[in-house]
Design a protein. Structure first.
Length: 457
């Protein structure tokens, strides 16, 4: 074995949790190395959240421009260049990568670029551009993320489907984008490509979109997509794929339908990056789904080895990975934070956004919780009218016998921001009456919370 270099802290994979921990620990004077295959700053800023939201913004502008005459402005010969969209997306990413790099450099941790794999407990061999380096950590933190799952449908892999990675870098507009999977990525990118000018068909094998949400939410999400001309085929299991993505490709479904398109995007969930990296040699066990097995402190089955973020089965959001950093950092600094009972909000960045925090109706029912429910159509919120963004609704659950807010969901303009207002009330354990009776600036979307909570009986 090559000479072993030793560190206090070894971070394997530079995702949100890992890079944040590395910066903190290096600044605290520890000798820290981060092993990263090549994405400076991790998935979020390079190939996931940030480029997808940049592309979605371009799509919003295209959509608003097409609606310009509604607002009194004539816009003619509207055309979108996917090449220019890609360049803008790339420049947003490049700026964030540079910003991350500056933070890394300032902290003093060593970034080791290359593919890593465990060769023995707490020891990782990294194939760098200059040969193999072997690094050992007193404490090791795994933060390797996930990759797109390619379902076992005959012909699918051979069709060279694109994933979110390639979809966010396309320079030529697909004439017809087939999307396998109607989850977060399918809905967000499906709507965006439709707005940018492609025909889009989403093929989803579930009976409804967003099955974790209440049925009224699933139905409303479907309506939003269909209103814009996205073709959504539900209850539709692909049985065979023929052709090549980028040329001509088709999916045959169990009920005998054939969907034809120019490109095929797989957005059918994720698989953890735990294969072929020697986790067995490190004593790190996996759960039944292939994610790293961890306890509520994110400790793995190996002594002094933790796992954080998606690879540890944490909900697949950047802010959840960031909270994993807090859980782990607490153990290094003497805190007592765990992953138990975390309130993790989320937002689907279709337009209008869907955001949720806390429980929805089906979750409350499955926990036998008694609740009061209130709804408000976005149509009655004055700001939604001035914006001509009247689609959607707000919905909240309040405990039956106390005034505690159990959950909030919203499909509507600025839903993510409005949700944060309710989340603050929940974190502060404030009664719902605070949002019912508080003075909100007029006309804001959050002002709708007065009306929503006034509807709680
Ligand atoms: C298209 C898309 C859009 C998304 N949008 C959002 C959003 O809007 N909001 C949100 O909260 N979340 C979003 N997510 C989820 C979010 O990107 C992740 O949950 C988040 O990035 C956290 O990832 P992580 O910390 O687990 O690891 P990652 O950021 O995935 O980091 C893992 C790192 O490990 C490296 N690596 C893996 N294997 C090796 C190896 N063997 N050797 C060396 N390095 C290795 C990888 O290169 C990678 O940089 C989106 C995801 C996708 C795919
Ligand atoms: N806004 C955000 O925060 C955001 C955005 C994008 C992704 N993400 C994260 O990334 C994760 C992965 O996103 P995703 O969209 O790949 O997964 P997902 O789990 O959200 O959705 C996958 C969908 O594909 C369907 N599916 C699976 N196999 C199929 C098949 N063979 N045929 C047809 N449909 C099939 C599933 O029923 C499901 O609806 C999300 O769960 C989310 O946590 C978050």
């Amino acid at each position: 074995m090559a000479q072993v270099e030793t560190f206090d802290i070894l971070v394997f994979g530079g995702g949100k949790a890992g890079k944040t921990l590395a910066i903190e620990q290096a600044k605290a004077g520890k000798r820290v190395a981060v092993i990263e295959a090549g994405l400076i700053g991790g998935s979020c800023i390079n190939i996931a959240c940030i480029p997808s939201k940049a592309l979605i913004r371009s799509a919003e502008v295209a959509h608003a421009t097409r609606r310009a005459s509604e607002f009194g402005t004539q816009a003619e010969n509207i055309r979108t260049s996917l090449d220019l969209v890609r360049n803008r997306t790339a420049s947003v990413v490049a700026e964030m990568v540079a910003f991350n790099q500056t933070g890394f450099d300032a902290s003093g941790f060593e970034l080791v670029i290359g593919w890593g794999r465990f060769v023995s407990p707490k020891t990782i061999a990294v194939e760098t551009g200059n040969g193999v380096r072997t690094l050992m950590g007193d404490k090791v933190f795994i933060n390797l993320g996930t990759t797109a799952a390619v379902p076992d449908v005959p012909g699918l892999a051979a069709a060279d489907p694109i994933t979110h990675v390639e979809a966010l870098q396309l320079g030529d507009m697909p004439t017809h984008l087939l999307v396998l999977g109607g989850g977060y990525i399918g809905m967000e990118l499906g709507q965006a490509f439709r707005r940018l000018g492609a025909d889009v068909t989403i093929i989803e094998h579930g009976t409804r979109l967003a099955p974790r949400e209440d049925e009224d939410v699933s139905a409303a999400l479907l309506g939003v997509l269909q209103d814009e001309g996205v073709n959504v085929a539900l209850n539709c299991a692909g049985t065979a794929v023929a052709g090549k993505s980028g040329q001509a490709v088709s999916i045959t479904t169990a009920d005998g339908r054939i969907f034809e398109g120019s490109h095929l995007l797989v957005a059918a969930g994720r698989r953890p990056r735990t294969g072929g990296i020697g986790l067995d040699l490190a004593g790190v066990e996996l759960d039944g789904r292939g994610f790293v097995k961890v306890d509520n402190l994110l400790r793995t089955t190996a002594q002094d080895v933790w796992a954080m973020g998606e690879v540890a089965g944490t909900p697949m959001f950047t802010h959840a990975s960031l909270d994993d950093y807090r859980v782990v950092s607490g153990q290094l600094k003497g805190g007592d934070r765990t992953t138990d009972g975390r309130m993790i909000p989320y937002c689907v960045f279709i337009d209008p956004e869907f955001a949720r925090v806390g429980l929805n109706e089906s979750e409350a029912r499955s926990r036998n919780l008694e609740y009061r429910i209130a709804r408000l159509p976005m149509d009655v919120v004055p700001r939604a009218r001035t914006l001509s963004q009247r689609k959607g609704f707000m919905k909240t659950l309040v405990a039956k016998d106390t005034d505690r807010i159990l959950g909030f969901g919203m499909l509507g303009v600025n839903a993510g921001e409005v949700m944060s207002v309710v989340q603050m009330a929940m974190l502060g354990d404030l009664p719902f009456t605070v949002l019912r009776d508080g003075i909100f600036a007029h006309p804001t979307i959050s002002e709708g919370l007065n009306m929503l909570f006034a509807n709680v009986r």
